[in-house]
Design a protein. Sequence first.
Length: 444
Amino acid sequence: MTTQRKAYRASIVHSVADPKDVNLEESYEYYEDGILVVENGHIVDIGHAEEVLQRQPQNLDVREYKDKVITSGFIDTHIHYPQTGMIASYGEQLLDWLENYTFPEERRFKNPVYAHKVAKLFLDELTSNGTTTALVFGTVHKESVNVFFEEAEKRNMRMIAGKVLMDRNAPDYLTDTPESGYQDSKELIEKWHNRGRLHYAVTPRFAPTSTQEQLSTVGRLLEEYPDVYMHTHLSENKKEIEWVLDLFPERDSYLDVYDHYGLLHKRSVFAHGIHLSDCECQRLAETDSAIAFCPTSNLFLGSGLFKLPKLEQHGVRVGMGTDVGAGTSFSILQTMSEAYKIMQLQQEKLHPVKSLFLATLGGARSLHLDDKIGNLAIGKEADFVVLDTHATQLMRFRMQQATTLEEKLFVLMSLGDDRTVSETYIYGEQAYDAHFKDVTKLVS
Ligand code: GUN
Ligand code: ZN
């Protein structure tokens, strides 16, 4: 942990409000020549360089960057670490993709040695893409979650994860029972929830793979541990929705299945929500539940076009998710680029300042962690990224014609990816430096 005060001088931009609630210019702060000051893992000062230098001690240790932008660490509100090994699997839509690619890969996580290897690689990928917090699916095996949390704890990352609950409509090798799923989840909650920077999410895969009895146990866990998260999938694919309505004919809608078992609360995060009715949107808003918008996944699996304006009109909180391995990139910059295109296909615009909000403070709000992370306000935890606006020849060339911050941000998001992430800081400590990435690999 940084006990010594350290400062970082670069262009600094961070989100301070949702652009839908205030004027666009009031939704972010920008210091063209700014300084961020960090101590004991927290942000202690931020502002224009000259002003910060005046109020800080003279011997302040300042690291100076050229052509770099500092912003808050990215937040991924939906991702599967066990799907790292089968990202980019060809040819199927959701249900066949699960059966043919996902389940066989998740089977391998019975072996904790394999799970640990993937957890390390996964967290390395997040870090090198500038993602400092994520809401993460494990597999049905409780050990997959133990090794994940152990690795996240070593790196002091603010992470949320959970064991998958799945007691039907999946291969035998990948199912639990209502009782074993409940007991394993309980044990993991007791061990990991609120330990350091970690939190637990009760994680039923989706309605079709849980019996009514298992969904009841999820409701019970949320009653027993009211501040744990609930993380699942919702209304992603048309065939999936039909299947849910066949399996639960007594329920009014897909969301109503989860609602009936008490799964909607302020720490509930549903991935996708592409094909929701007005009633479902309204119910999500009433219960303060959040949706993870996963553009690269929605395009890759041909699931459909997410309706951001509709969800926002209903007052539903939305964060960004990569949904690796249905999603095709760990990069939140790439994810924003695809989000922009999804909006374009619906004659809507996604402003880069809104994108920045969704990728940082919006994600933190979706997870109710905005008192700790999501921007660079004084007092928050020092999870931040240093982005290189000249990362590639093309970006350097294009940036010459980008005059405003908003234009620069848009170019960063449209052309950027992990090459754009120069450094990542977690709780005030440097966790990644692009200059040394090959060296690190040789050493470890
Ligand atoms: N629905 C149920 N399981 C999954 C999964 O692993 N990925 C996606 N994208 N959707 C799901
Ligand atoms: Zn998913």
